[in-house]
Design a protein around this ligand. Structure first.
Ligand code: FNR
Length: 187
């Protein structure tokens, strides 16, 4: 089975290394039975409960795209040992109005790239905490911390290193297995 997976990129930087990682994942995904499509978060207004009665159009289509996906991959940098504000805003938007949490029961997986060696590990722990509160069944293992060095992934998402390619493919395969198990559990 090929699954349709939406992904969020937790950086809106024009030179984002996490966007570069996302392009690599998009290219490799079909080999793991996944079809990856970005769900953009850059145009979302700041979440406010004031708008719960009349959800902004951008927020409504964001929530619909999450709900229509078989699973969600979150690809994020670490900002000050946590998730970037743009990503938290997107997750808050998806979680509301109360009772209409778009992540409920939706399988998810997290990955991130940093220039620092332990980069994104702390952000990913925060992200896992948020996703579990949102009742999203998460891929526990393997964890995926991509240490981005110059030239590892080209601007158009070509991975230049064999072991990184293999790692990303095995991670995507684990995501596929996680989705299959979550969506059709064996009784
Ligand atoms: C960072 N960076 C960073 N890196 C890290 O490993 N741990 C951290 O806590 C932080 N904190 C942090 C805060 C802020 C405000 C910025 C702008 C950056 C460095 C970060 O990993 C690096 O800038 C990446 O390139 C960010 O990812 P994108 O935006 O390129 O995808």
């Amino acid at each position: 089975t090929t699954y349709d997976v939406g992904f969020l990129v937790g950086s809106i930087s024009s030179t984002s290394i996490n966007r570069r990682l996302s392009k690599a994942l998009v290219k490799l995904a079909p080999q793991a039975g996944l079809n990856l499509t970005e769900i953009p978060l850059v145009d979302l207004p700041f979440y406010s409960a004031d708008n719960d009665g009349a959800i902004p159009a951008e927020a409504a289509s964001f929530k619909e795209a999450i709900e229509a996906s078989d699973a969600i991959i979150v690809i994020t940098p670490e900002y000050n040992r946590s998730v970037p504000g743009v990503l938290k805003n997107a997750l808050d938007t998806a979680s509301r109005p109360w009772g209409q949490n778009s992540f409920a029961g939706k399988p998810s997986a997290v990955i991130g790239a940093s220039v620092g060696a332990i980069g994104t590990a702390v952000a990913q722990q925060h992200l896992r905490s948020i996703l579990s509160f949102l009742a999203s069944p998460e891929l526990a293992q393997p964890e995926a911390y991509v240490h981005m060095r110059e030239g590892l992934i080209t601007d158009d998402g070509e991975v230049t290193d064999e072991s990184t390619t293999e790692f990303l493919l095995s991670w995507l395969t684990a995501v596929h297995t996680h989705i299959a198990k979550t969506l059709s559990p064996v009784s």
